[in-house]
Design a protein around this ligand. Structure first.
Ligand SMILES: Cc1ncc(COP(=O)(O)O)c(C=O)c1O
Length: 437
């Protein structure tokens, strides 16, 4: 990965929407048809195209083909039983009406205590607004803190919703990239710093990172904290994978001196507790920002799902063997996948210590197949082997000057025997063997 150049706010919106619509006058006229009924702002709204890869894989499976699902960051591991039981109990006990807009006080307090224990911070319940998932924190953070025209630094490759939401809410999305070193990916801090202008207001930091599995070193965090203070920025600390790690401890930027008042943490129950479909997360940050985010809750969903919060309370305060078991299963899957990938012709993959993603360089593999477009490679691999992955293009608009090609494998939704079977087929295919479906 190399230094990114500034992309203008509107770059790529036509490709993204795939429509022939032109934004003219009030944005309702089209190039060759009647007035669109759709509001003009929608042209700026992106998507999470990994879901489209899921649909493609499902269609391929429906034709009777085997599919090895490495494309979506979902878990095929059940939610721990104590959490399920606590939620059922809450339903039976009538926790089925509205609750306070920022969530039930017991959960807000328990989450503040939990984060303080893992981060070394000093939050209280008033610093927490419970959300229907981690994802809503992204848009609410931007609505609370970004004015139209403000520049926002965000990781690219990265979670695609940052780019989409920044542009949708009228900000200028300014990507920063990563460099590949001996120990994996590191933020290109020089380039990031060079991208700061007097209009820069916000930084999005996803540490530990999707899709790269990258983690900031203490030196990187210290340099980021200094930069954030010097340029008077606010930070979204997306910590969706903070607890999905295989050794050592995670450190949050929010825990560094002076950073708590500049940071909003995106917390989620989705990954650590295998609760992706339950939809529960939180924004944790300075009180005045949390008050605004709570007002956005009032306007959007009134309150987060009531009875699930009692399950989440059990997740934080009850038996912790469930989340420990989840991490141990994920670690075995990671090791199985890495062992095969690094023996596969044309593929090079660093072993991340965190998240459940692998981001191998497939430039050599594409050359072996005579392909130059990474999406053609992704489809070719799906149709030849059944292995379904996402490619770099699903993680933000590729930046000018990128020369290597990458795909992302998520090993959270596929059991170890299928990992071994699928990746062995991929290895054979790239070695030139005939692989029958
Ligand atoms: C980096 C990152 N942030 C946030 C989320 C949102 O998670 P959820 O809304 O399921 O809590 C995800 C989900 O994949 C993610 O990868």
């Amino acid at each position: 990965m190399d230094t990114g150049e500034r992309l203008s706010q509107r770059t790529g919106t036509a490709e993204r929407t795939g429509t022939a619509e032109r934004v003219v006058g009030h944005g309702r006229e089209t190039a060759n048809g009647p007035r669109s009924r759709i509001a003009s702002r929608i042209v700026r709204l992106g998507s999470e195209t990994a879901f489209a890869v899921s649909a493609e894989a499902a269609a391929f499976a429906a034709q009777g083909n085997p599919v090895y699902p490495f494309h979506l960051g979902d878990l095929n591991i059940p939610t721990p039983a104590n959490i399920v039981e606590a939620s059922f109990k809450a339903i039976k006990n009538g926790k089925t009406g509205y609750c306070p807009n920022a969530g039930i006080p017991e959960l807000r307090g328990a989450l503040a205590a939990d984060v303080n224990a893992s981060h070394g911070t000093a939050y209280s319940a008033e610093n927490v607004a419970i959300q229907p998932g981690g994802k809503p924190v992204i848009g609410k953070f931007l609505l609370a803190l970004m004015n139209p025209g403000d520049e926002v630094l965000y990781p690219n490759p990265g979670y695609p919703i940052y780019e989409s939401q920044i542009e949708f809410h009228g900000g200028v999305a300014v990507p920063y990239g990563y460099l590949e070193g001996a120990d994996g990916f590191v933020i290109d801090l020089d380039a990031l710093e060079a991208s700061v202008t007097p209009r820069t207001r916000l930084l999005v930091l996803n540490d530990l990172q999707n899709p790269l599995g990258a983690e900031c070193s203490p030196e990187e965090l210290a340099r980021l904290a200094e930069l954030v203070s010097r340029h008077d920025l606010m930070v979204l600390c997306d910590e969706a994978y903070f607890d999905i790690r295989y050794s050592g401890h995670s450190t949050s930027l929010a825990a560094l001196e002076g950073m708590a008042e500049r940071s909003v943490i995106l917390y989620t129950f989705s990954k650590k507790f295998a609760m992706t479909g339950w939809r529960l997360g939180a924004a944790i940050g300075p009180r005045e920002v949390i008050e605004v985010i709570t007002r956005l809750n009032v306007n959007d969903e009134s309150c987060p799902n009531h009875f699930i919060q009692h399950g989440a309370l059990e997740a934080l305060t009850g038996d912790q063997s469930g989340p420990r078991q989840i991490v141990s299963v994920l670690r075995e899957r990671r090791d199985a996948a890495i062992a095969i990938l690094n023996q596969t012709p044309g593929i090079r993959c660093y072993t991340p210590n965190a998240t459940f993603y692998l981001f191998p360089d497939v430039t050599g593999a594409m050359r072996l197949k005579g392909l130059t477009d990474v999406e053609s490679f992704r489809r070719d691999v799906l149709h030849a082997t059944g292995v379904s992955v996402c490619s770099r293009v699903h993680f933000g608009r590729p930046r000018p000057g990128e020369s290597e090609q990458f795909v992302r494998l998520a090993y959270s939704g596929i059991d170890e025997p299928q990992i071994v079977e699928g990746l062995s087929r991929l290895k054979a295919y790239l070695a030139g063997d005939v692989v029958g479906l």
